[in-house]
Design a protein around this ligand. Structure first.
Ligand SMILES: C[S@@+](CC[C@H](N)C(=O)[O-])C[C@H]1O[C@@H](n2cnc3c(N)ncnc32)[C@H](O)[C@@H]1O
Length: 235
C-alpha cells in the first residue's frame, strides 16, 4: 500500500467517530473557522447564485456550513458536490446529507468539467494530498475565472512564539491521546501533528497558489495560530 492509500485507509477506520472527535478536540471552535471560510468566500465572489465543490469533504461538515451560511446571506446554492476518496467518510456524509451528490475521487483527478464551479473548498484536506501539485492544478482547471478557492488547514509554524509553542504542545502531546481514546485509533491522531510538521508554512502555501495562477487574497491564522484560512481567486 502506498502512502496515499494508507492515509485514506486511516480515514476509513476513524470515520464513525470522526465528528465526535472533531468537536471534542477543537472545543467546537472549528465551527467559527468554517463559518469565516464561507462568509469570506461569498464576499470575495460577489455572486448571488453559486456552484460549490467541497474537496476532501469527509463526513460533510463543510457542506452543512455552506448551506447554513448561504441561507443566512440570501445566496442560492445552485449545486454543491462533495468529493473524497474514503468510502468510510463518504458513508457517514451520505447518512447526514442524503440529498447531496457525493463522488468517491481524489483531489488530483476531479471528475468535473473545466471552469464549472464558482467555489472550491478544502477543509483540513490538502495536508493529506500527496500529489498536491496535481490537486492545485485541478482546482485551477475546475474553477471558473474569478472563482474562489477556500482552504482551511493546520500549517507548519513560521516562528517560535509562545502561542505557537502552546498550540504545538496541544497538538503533539494532548490531542493524540484524546483522539486515540475517542476513536480507539491512537496512530490516526498521532498522524495529525506529524503531518503538520511535514506540511507547509502559510507563506509557502501562498507561493504554491500564486505559482498555479490562484491569487492569494487572504490568509490568516486563528485560535493561537492553530488553524489557517486561505482565500485565493482564479485570475
Ligand atoms: C481531516 S479530514 C477533513 C474532512 C472534512 N473536510 C472536514 O473538514 O471535516 C481529511 C479528509 O481528506 C481526505 N483525503 C485524503 N487524501 C485525499 C486526497 N488525495 N484527495 C482528496 N481527499 C483526500 C480524507 O479521506 C478525509 O476525509
Amino acid at each position: 500500500m502506498n502512502k496515499q492509500e494508507t492515509i485514506v485507509k486511516m480515514f476509513d477506520e476513524i470515520a464513525q467517530s470522526y465528528d465526535l472527535a472533531n468537536r471534542v478536540l477543537s472545543f467546537g471552535i472549528d465551527v467559527s473557522w468554517r463559518k469565516k471560510a464561507c462568509s469570506l468566500s461569498f464576499e470575495h465572489l460577489g455572486k448571488k447564485s453559486v456552484r460549490i465543490l467541497d474537496v476532501a469533504c469527509g463526513t460533510g461538515d463543510m457542506i452543512l456550513h455552506w448551506q447554513k451560511n448561504a441561507k443566512e446571506q440570501g445566496i442560492e446554492i445552485e449545486k454543491v458536490i462533495g468529493i473524497d476518496p474514503s468510502s468510510g467518510m463518504l458513508k457517514v456524509a451520505k447518512e447526514k446529507l442524503p440529498e447531496i451528490e457525493f463522488i468517491q475521487a481524489e483531489a488530483k483527478a476531479l471528475p468535473l468539467e473545466e471552469e464549472s464551479v464558482d467555489i472550491i473548498s478544502i477543509a483540513y484536506g490538502i495536508r493529506n494530498v500527496i500529489e498536491r501539485d496535481k490537486a492545485l492544478a485541478e482546482f485551477h482547471r475546475v474553477l471558473k475565472p474569478g472563482g474562489i478557492l477556500a482552504i482551511l488547514e493546520f500549517t507548519k509554524s513560521e516562528n517560535d512564539s509562545i502561542l505557537d509553542s502552546l498550540a504545538s504542545f496541544y497538538t503533539k502531546k494532548i490531542l493524540p491521546s484524546i483522539g486515540g481514546i475517542i476513536s480507539k485509533n491512537y496512530a490516526a491522531y498521532k498522524y495529525l501533528p506529524d503531518s503538520i510538521e511535514e506540511f507547509l508554512t502559510k507563506s509557502m502555501l501562498n507561493r504554491e497558489l500564486e505559482a498555479i495562477g490562484l491569487e492569494p487574497l487572504y490568509s490568516r491564522s486563528y485560535s493561537a495560530n492553530i488553524s489557517t484560512l486561505f482565500i485565493a481567486k482564479k485570475r
